[in-house]
Write a protein that binds this ligand. Structure first.
Ligand SMILES: *[C@@H]1O[C@H](CO)[C@@H](O)[C@H](O)[C@H]1NC(C)=O
Ligand SMILES: *[C@@H]1O[C@H](CO)[C@@H](O)[C@H](O)[C@H]1NC(C)=O
Length: 346
């Protein structure tokens, strides 16, 4: 009896051990191929992140010098095309230089947190035809080679939010769809040629002026965020959208006037102008968007509420599209104004 139990246990434990071995082997295989040998790339760590496509990720969060990066990526690996590069919360690298990534190619690059200040020209030149996502967020980035953008022929997402970028970047790209530059110190922007652009986020910068034509020839653009900037006026021809539903955010600026023709093609979504210095919601500016179903958010403006808003106050349709909190300098809510009064005296 004791003997039988022993045999049974032995058989069972053998089974367990076989099972474990098989799993370990499979893991080992995934880790090793197509990743380079771990000892060749440390302190970077390579992982197969998709076992059907063999997509591999290089996590180099722990590198301490540029030379270390350059020496790792100059090695010849069995497979030199990486899916992604991750560098997170690295407080050693302040610059990345040409040659730091050798001839290796990436589809996605995510550098998040840390103290990176400068991305030099040609750093990712081997990835001109492969890079789809470039994400450098919340580092101290103040220098980025915007003029090189057009060479990244597959780049769809460019996220450089919450950095120290300043000045007036001019952008050209035939592939870019999503552009995030919020939380920087940018003073203006020129979208030279971005035919596929769909979203642009520029809130929380120092933009005081937008050139007429900035957001016009962009057939797919449906989202513009410009909140928390220093805009004072919007001139005719600044925004002209062609999409069937879109959102424009202009909250928390210093807008005193929006010219007729400054906001054209707004449809279906939101127009937010809260917390500005507007004294009127001019019919010539706001009526067309409201005719196309746009919800207008206008609280926090010193509205005069004279006859110039009679068009709005006397229409239930338009009033239903205005936020309930929009108020007059007198303190009254626009929603509480008596439409009959406006009918009679205006
Ligand atoms: C990238 O730039 C380096 C110089 O920094 C050069 O040696 C290399 O040939 C370039 N590669 C491509 C693909 O342009
Ligand atoms: C704006 O960005 C700064 C850092 O660049 C950040 O500290 C601040 O919280 C941001 N403000 C808003 C309203 O997003």
């Amino acid at each position: 009896m004791v003997h039988q139990i022993f045999v049974l246990l032995a058989a069972l434990s053998c089974c367990f051990c076989c099972g474990t071995l098989a799993i370990e082997n499979k893991d080992q295989h995934l880790r090793d191929l197509p990743c380079p040998p771990a000892e060749d790339i440390q302190p970077c760590v390579c992982t197969v992140i998709d076992s059907s496509t063999y997509d591999i990720e290089m996590d180099c969060s722990s590198v301490t010098t540029n030379d270390e990066l350059a020496s790792i990526f100059s090695k010849d690996f069995p497979y030199n095309d990486f899916f992604s590069l991750e560098i997170k919360n690295n407080f050693h690298l302040t610059t990345i230089r040409p040659g730091d990534f050798g001839q290796k190619t990436f589809q996605q690059i995510h550098i998040l947190g840390g103290s990176l200040k400068t991305v030099e020209y040609r750093v990712f030149n081997s990835s001109y035809d492969t890079l789809t996502h470039l994400d450098i967020d919340n580092t101290n980035l103040d220098s980025f080679p915007f003029t090189e953008l057009m060479l990244f022929t597959q780049l769809k997402y460019l996220r450089l939010g919450n950095n120290q970028l300043h000045g007036f970047p001019t952008l050209t790209s035939s592939s870019l769809q999503y552009l995030y530059l919020h939380g920087n110190s940018i003073t203006g922007i020129e979208l030279n040629s971005l035919p596929l652009l769909e979203m642009i986020s520029l809130h929380n910068n120092s933009i005081t002026y937008l050139l007429p034509g900035t957001f016009t020839d962009l057939p797919n653009l449906y989202y513009i965020s410009l909140g928390y900037n220093g805009l004072q006026v919007l001139e005719a021809g600044t925004i002209n959208l062609q999409t069937s539903s879109n959102n424009v955010y202009l909250y928390n600026n210093d807008l005193t006037s929006i010219a007729e023709g400054a906001l054209v093609g707004l449809k279906g979504g939101y127009l937010s102008v809260e917390n500005n210095q507007l004294t009127e919601l001019a019919e010539a500016v706001f009526r067309l968007p409201m005719d196309d179903g746009v919800d207008v958010h206008a609280y926090g403006n010193p509205l005069d509420c004279g006859c110039e808003i009679a068009w709005l106050v006397t229409s239930d349709t338009y009033m239903n599209l205005l936020d309930d909190d929009a108020s007059c300098t007198s303190g009254e809510l626009v929603s509480e104004l008596d439409p009959d009064l406006f009918e009679v005296i205006c």
